[in-house]
Design a protein around this ligand. Sequence first.
Ligand code: FCB
Length: 492
Amino acid sequence: MPCTPERKPGVGCLAEVPGCRGQRSYDRTVSDPSIPPFPPGFSWGVATAAFQIEGAVAEDGRGDSVWDTFCRQPGVIRDGQTGDIAADHYHRWPEDIALMARLGIGTYRFSLAWPRIQPAGSGAVNLPGLDFYDRLTDALLAEGINPMPTLYHWDLPQPLEDDGGWMARDTAYRFADYAVIAAERLADRIPTWITLNEPFVVTAFGYALGGHAPGKALMLDALATAHHQLLGHGLANAALRAAGVREVAITNNYSPVWAASDDPADLEAAAAYDALHNRTFTDPILLSSYPATLSAFGVGPDGPDCVHDGDLAIISAPVDALGVNYYNPTKISAPVSDAPPASAPPEPSLPFQFEPITGYPVTAFGWPVVPAGLTEMLTTLAGRYGAKLPPVYITENGCSVADEPDDFGEIDDQPRIRYLDGHIRAVADAMAAGVDVRGYLVWTLMDNFEWAEGYHQRFGLVHVDFDSQRRTPKSSFGWYRDLIASQAGRQP
Ligand code: FCB
C-alpha cells in the first residue's frame, strides 16, 4: 500500500512501506485537552485470550476445549464460525509482538490455553504447549514488555467437562495442578499471574443460560460453578506462590448496577443482581463470606450448598491485585409477575429483570458507552472493600466498532478513540478520588473470535482480515501509541 499525499487527511499511515514512517497524522490524534498524567510506573497495555486469537487448535498436541466442542454444535455461534484459525496467533506471534513493541506497551495480558499445556486437563503435560508460551515470554521480555498471563480464560479441557466441568469440585483441584505446571516453567520470568477471567460469565452464560460453552442451562443450580471456580482460584493462589510466583490476582467483570427507579422493589432487585454479578466473585475473596443479598436466589448465609468447611479460608488468601474488566453498567428492575397460564410449564423465576439503558451512544455490539460507569464502579469497589481492596488493574476495557478498511485500506475508528479517551479519563477520575489503580489494558490488540458472535464484533486496535490474516493498525492504534509515548516521563 503506497503512502502518498492523496491519501485521506487525518488518518495515519502505518503501512510497512519504505519512507512511510507512520507518523503523518497520528501525532494530531492525542487528545485535546490532553489526558492527565498518570503516575510513573503506571502500566499501559493490551489484553488478549488464547482461544480468541491462537487458532492451531489441533497442532502440537493441543487437546479439545469446551469451546472447540461448543463451536461444532450447529446454531450456537453466529454463522457457524469457529476458533479453528482465529487470528492465527500461534503462527504469527512474532508479528504480533512486533505490533505491541510499536505500540510501546509495558504490559501484555494474554491467556495460557490449558488444553495446550495439559490436553486432558489432568495427568500428562504437553511439552510443546509449554514451549510455545516459553518462546512468547522470552520474546516479550526481549521487547521490554511485561507478560501477564491469565491461567483460565474459559477454555476448559473437554475431558474435564465430561467429568462435570465446574459443577464438579474436583475441577478446582485439577486447576491448581495445572497452575503449578505452568508456573514451574514460567514463574522465573513472570512476576504477576491472574488465575481466572470473569468467572461470572462462565457461571451465567456457560452453565446457567447456555449461550457460551459448555452450553448448559442449569439456571440457579449453576451457582455451584461459582463456588468451584472461586475454590480453584484459592487453591491456585497457594500453588502458584509455592511454585515461585510473586503476585497473584483474579480478574472479574464489573458492572455498576442501576436500579430502574427508587421504588423499593426495583432497589431490591438491583441489590440482588449486584450480589450475583459483582459481589459473589469478590466478597468471598476479600471478605471471606458470600453476600447476604444472595438470599434473593435462595442461597443461605454460608453460600451455595456445595461450600465445605475451610473453603472460604482457602478462597480468601490475600491477592496482590484485583483485575477489573469494564464494559458498561446494567439497569435492573423488579420482575413483572405475570402469573403464567395454568397449562404453561413452570419457568424458573429470577428476582430481577434487565432494562435497556438509553440516552448514551452504543457500540457495534449495542452496548451503551458510559465512561463514568467505570469511575462509579471503581469508587464503589473502594467504598465497599476499603483497606481490603488490593491495587486494581483495568485488565480489559474496549469496544467493538464496525471497522472495515476504506478505499485506501485504512480503518479510521474514531468511535474507539472516543471510547478509550473517555474511559481513560474515567480511570484518572477514580484515581483522583483515591482508588489505587496501577494499570490500564485495552481489550484488545487485534480483531479476534468474539465467542458466540464469531468474527462479527471487532474490538482490536489492529484490524485483521480473516481471509489473508493481514494485520492493519487502525487509527486507534496510533492514538494509543501516542498516548503511551506522551505519558512517559509526565508527572501528575
Ligand atoms: C469479556 C471477555 C473477553 C472479550 C470481551 C469483549 O467479557 O473477557 O474475552 O470477549 O468481553
